[in-house]
Write a protein that binds this ligand. Structure first.
Ligand SMILES: NC(=O)c1ccc[n+]([C@@H]2O[C@H](COP(=O)([O-])OP(=O)(O)OC[C@H]3O[C@@H](n4cnc5c(N)ncnc54)[C@H](OP(=O)(O)O)[C@@H]3O)[C@@H](O)[C@H]2O)c1
Length: 258
């Protein structure tokens, strides 16, 4: 017997994604986690909660490979045994925190592929497969949550590639929401800025060269003043939002305003 609810989550191995995965499993969702690394602790966690966990060691800088793998896997699911399916595009990376002319071309390509191209490819597969279920009479809940950033909506020097990726994710989400609104049983979609979370990504910003990064002091101050949200708190608010009737009513959202 399959789980009633599947969560497909990228970037589940650490940071906020790990907290989202832990809470999903504790609530009884089945989770497919996609990151370069699997997390052995999460296996124990799933076991403790009697929840189903699959983990793929998959580098999303090759999003097409990940999307094809997802397509094959989703076609093994039995929609009749599922009443909810959630795609959370959470994986993203910063490039080197530096003016654009100092970021390597390889770094630019990798960050764009992981943060924007792969979510687009995974959404394409997920939408096509779940739309086929709907065409066959499936009436479960379909939700896409794209993890965006305040930097999608506010420019910051030495972070142009990251800002552009997240702005792209916001705009892609707006477009898909318009498409899904045309369907009687369309998917719900939101692009959510999660706030400032105490993860490796924040540590990378604090470790950046202050002479290259005008906002460096702000990120150090956020940490010094205990202004960072814990991954667990952010994940808990994300689950409250995902479970609410208002999910997706506004496509562009900010966890600090929900
Ligand atoms: N932290 C913040 O303050 C903050 C603020 C605004 C928005 N966000 C957004 O929130 C999300 C989570 O951020 P975070 O702070 O939790 O980041 P994080 O701690 O750096 O974790 C990033 C996750 O993405 C995965 N990942 C990285 N490169 C990958 C690749 N090539 N292929 C597959 N997975 C990959 C990592 O797993 P592996 O290393 O195992 O691959 C990890 O699970 C991101 O979208 C980020 O942009 C964060």
């Amino acid at each position: 017997m399959q789980a009633r609810s599947w969560v497909i989550l990228t970037g589940h191995s650490r940071g906020m994604g790990l907290a989202i995965a832990e809470q999903a499993l504790a609530q009884g969702h089945a989770v497919l986690g996609i990151s370069r690394n699997v997390n052995d602790g999460l296996v124990q966690h799933a076991h403790q909660h009697g929840a189903h966990l699959e983990q793929w060691a998959q580098d999303l800088s090759d999003g097409a490979e990940g999307a094809e793998r997802l397509n094959t896997w989703m076609r093994t699911l039995q929609p009749a045994d599922i009443d909810r399916v959630i795609l959370i595009n959470n994986a993203a990376i910063l490039t080197e925190v530096a003016p654009l002319q100092d970021v390597s071309l390889a770094d630019l390509a990798r960050s764009t592929r992981i943060g924007l191209e792969a979510p687009m490819q995974l959404m394409q597969v997920w939408l096509a497969v779940t739309q086929a279920w709907v065409t066959q009479g499936w009436t479960g809940r379909r939700q896409i949550l794209n993890i965006s950033s305040g930097l999608a909506r506010r420019a910051m020097a030495s972070s142009g590639p990251y800002c552009a990726v997240k702005a792209g994710l916001d705009h892609l989400s707006r477009c898909v929401a318009l498409e899904q609104a045309l369907h009687p049983h369309g998917a719900q979609i939101a692009s959510l800025a999660p706030g400032v979370i105490a993860t490796d990504m924040q540590a990378q910003l604090r470790a950046a060269d202050p002479s290259q990064f005008p906002d460096h002091g702000n990120f150090v101050a956020l940490k010094d003043q205990n202004m960072l949200t814990s991954p667990a708190d952010a994940a808990s608010k994300i689950w409250t939002y995902l479970d609410s009737a208002s999910f997706g009513q506004e496509v562009i959202t900010d966890l600090r305003e929900l």
